[in-house]
Design a protein around this ligand. Structure first.
Ligand SMILES: O=C(O)CCC(=O)C(=O)O
Ligand SMILES: [Fe+2]
Length: 244
């Protein structure tokens, strides 16, 4: 999967276009028993994917702190999520090259509010409660829609870029949380893959516009046209405009 992503980058395309390759869908089959245990045997894919490529530079970083918070009411009566973020490390993710950090929900005073209000931030978190989640390449991490998390900053001293891809899965016995859903057991044809890539790029690419001087005119234009760009809000914005 890494070489697919490197090839796509070399060809000048956003890493997201690597999702035309079979291997990304085949890999999900390995995680199927775990996903079935959490979401039921007929779990479905929510067609919102993202491919992350965090370079080994001091200005490389993952997504800013946020709650995914795109879909309301996704904790079942049994306390289990009905929607999961599934994040797959394709290189070792470490504190040096940008691993995921989370605030465990029992240490997050705003978590109960986040369950009710998708716009809840993380202003009241104590720094000592932050937990790094270094993962080896091939590890699948999952979290619910409301946990506070982020991808940290990389470093020029990192040995390898942090490469990962992420998607949402949902239970099959609740209605589609987004406008469509995909069955991971069926064939996902080339046209569907390209549609999925374009859909996710359209939906999320503004979130990767950095807050540097060169991007300011574009950011100002987008802000004038109502695109949410404040990093701490961007990912948790209302469903029509958001993602991780
Ligand atoms: O990989 C990252 O930097 C952030 C990932 C994330 O927030 C997500 O997939 O929900
Ligand atoms: Fe996220």
């Amino acid at each position: 999967m890494r070489s697919c992503i490197e090839a796509v980058r070399k060809a000048g395309f956003p890493p997201m276009f690597a999702l035309v390759y079979d291997v990304f869908y085949q890999a999900l089959a390995h995680a199927r028993p775990t996903l079935e245990a959490m979401l039921g045997e007929d779990f479905q894919l929510v067609p919102n994917f993202w491919v992350y490529y965090v370079e080994t530079k001091d200005d490389g970083k993952g997504f800013e702190p946020h709650r995914d918070a795109e879909y309301p009411d996704t904790i079942g009566v049994d306390g289990m999520p009905t929607v999961l973020t599934v994040w797959v490390a394709l290189t070792d993710a470490t504190p040096l090259n940008s691993c995921i950090y989370v605030v465990p929900i029992h240490r997050d005073p705003q978590y109960p509010n986040a369950l009710r209000n998708l716009r809840t931030g993380g202003q009241r978190i104590a720094l000592e409660d932050i937990r790094a989640l270094p993962t080896q390449a091939g590890t699948v991490s999952c979290w619910n829609q409301y946990i506070y998390h982020w991808g940290s900053r990389s470093s020029q001293r990192a040995r390898v870029p942090r490469i990962s891809y992420a998607l949402y899965c949902q239970r099959g016995d609740v209605s589609a949380v987004d406008d469509v859903r995909l069955d991971p057991r069926g064939p996902i044809g080339f046209g569907t893959r390209v549609a999925l890539i374009c859909r996710s790029l359209y939906r999320y690419s503004h979130l990767s516009i950095q807050e540097n001087e060169d991007a300011m005119p574009l950011r100002a234009f987008m802000a004038r046209h109502g695109v949410p760009l404040n990093p701490s809000r961007a990912v948790g914005a209302p469903p029509s405009t958001a993602r991780t």
